[in-house]
Ligand binder design. Structure first.
Ligand code: SAH
Ligand code: SF4
Length: 406
């Protein structure tokens, strides 16, 4: 049997919190992150005639997402009048960076400030860039806080929740390219010109992306647009705690890679760790994963499993985990628990994580990473929190797994 939850780990009193804050659009909105349709509509509002909109849109799109223009003045393919008009009505603002940390291994963490409601304090979310030899992964947020209440997750304890707009979702990718000087340079051609530091995006920061469906869908469509930021959908991974109906919808309307925060192999335990399980139990979750469009050995589903000492880390759990995903093109990402002040959980011992990973590996579910096995699995993903402290060693280890989505 798997570890049974102790009374100490009693279920959270509710499954979901209501979002408390709304986005209040500034008087002069940013064009960053608008879908093609919304951008065309925005051009219409300032009097760009319909017959010109397609061409102007294409030009602006190029400046925004290939060149990274931060000022309308840079958009030299547009007339001076149009540039001035755009400047009068819109901005090219990205989320505001309030702190930047660069770790010795090149990982960068940005604390971002987003506007709150009038008179309320601004909100903060984090965005993390994880460089690797063959790719660079950007971990982005979908909400300030999270409406869900997973008991091991710091974000879940946060009271305030606001959905990010599509613009704020795209804005994280845009500002990472700004900070990394990762835009295509004018006059540079050939394969080098096409190479970007930010090559992959994972929605594994704050929030439950599938509870902010439209903004995430629209934002990711901009990120994946081949004439702009141009990250293929195979390089975008959306992580969800298991919002079953929206997983199906994500398959149809987003088409990114999928990661599932599984964390337990029985409903009894998952009801406690991921209370949303009471609404969408494991069986339903597995069924929707099996039917996720495009799943194949080349496009496998990632199952995330946080290692909690004495809770879900027995070898019986490991075997049950392998049984659960049997027959599905799957990867298993073991995540060392990243502790936070006030948590009742502890991270499993390294030795236990290794043993657990051995069972998973022997069943044919190795993480396809280059470093020696075991080490791969120790380098796992953590959670982001709104504080400006330095990345701890464990956080650094934890963050590396987010990059392991291939
Ligand atoms: N809400 C989404 C995505 C954000 S969380 C989801 O739950 O999938 C990204 C990953 O970090 C999830 O797998 C989540 O379970 C995991 N996570 C959350 N808190 C953690 C912690 N303290 N230590 C390690 N991983 C954690
Ligand atoms: Fe929300 Fe994901 Fe944290 Fe659960 S693990 S509370 S879904 S951010």
């Amino acid at each position: 049997m798997t570890s049974v939850a102790t009374p100490d780990h009693a279920p959270a009193p509710f499954l979901e919190k209501a979002p408390l804050a709304q986005f209040v659009a500034p008087a002069k909105p940013s064009l960053v992150g608008l879908t093609r349709a919304s951008l065309a509509a925005a051009l219409g509002t300032i009097g760009v005639p319909e017959r010109q909109q397609r061409m102007r849109l294409q030009q602006i799109w190029h400046w925004l997402y290939v060149r990274g223009a931060r000022d309308f003045g840079e958009m030299t393919t547009l007339s001076k009048e149009l540039r001035a008009d755009l400047d009068r009505h819109f901005t090219l603002a990205r989320p505001e960076v309030v702190a930047e940390q660069i770790s010795v291994d090149g990982t960068r963490k940005w604390l971002l400030r987003l506007p709150g409601e009038t008179d309320s304090r601004p909100h903060e979310v984090e965005c993390v860039y994880i460089p690797e030899t063959d790719r660079g992964t950007l971990c982005i947020s979908s909400q300030v806080g999270c409406t869900l209440t997973c008991t091991f997750c710091h974000t879940g304890t946060q009271r305030l929740v606001r959905n990010l707009t599509a613009g704020e979702i795209v804005g994280q990718v845009v500002l990472a390219r700004d900070r990394l000087d990762d835009w295509q340079k004018i006059g540079v051609t050939g394969p080098e010109a096409e190479k970007r530091l930010v090559s992959n995006v994972v929605m594994m920061g704050m929030g439950e992306p599938l509870y902010n469906f439209e903004a995430v869908r629209d934002g990711l469509s901009v990120v994946a647009d081949g004439d702009g930021l141009s990250l293929s959908k195979r390089r975008i991974t959306l992580s969800t705690s298991g919002v079953v109906p929206n997983i199906k919808r994500a398959g149809e309307e987003i088409g990114s890679m999928l990661a599932i925060s599984l964390h337990a192999v029985t409903d009894e335990l998952r009801d406690v760790l991921v209370p949303l399980n009471r609404k969408y139990p494991i069986r339903e979750l597995m069924d929707v994963c099996r039917n996720y469009p495009g799943v194949s050995n080349a496009r496998r589903i990632t199952f995330e499993y946080v290692m909690l000492k004495g809770i879900n880390d027995s070898l019986v759990d490991a075997k049950a985990l392998v049984r659960l995903v049997k027959g599905m093109p799957a990867k298993i990402n073991l995540i060392p628990f990243n502790p936070w002040p006030g948590t009742k959980y502890e991270c499993s011992d390294w030795e236990q994580i290794e043993k657990f990973s051995e069972v998973v590996f022997d069943a044919g579910y190795a993480s396809p990473v280059r470093t020696p096995r075991g080490r791969d699995i120790l380098a796992a993903c953590g959670q982001l929190k709104s504080a400006t402290e330095k990345l701890s060693a464990r956080e650094q280890l934890a963050l590396r797994a987010m990059a392991m989505t291939d």
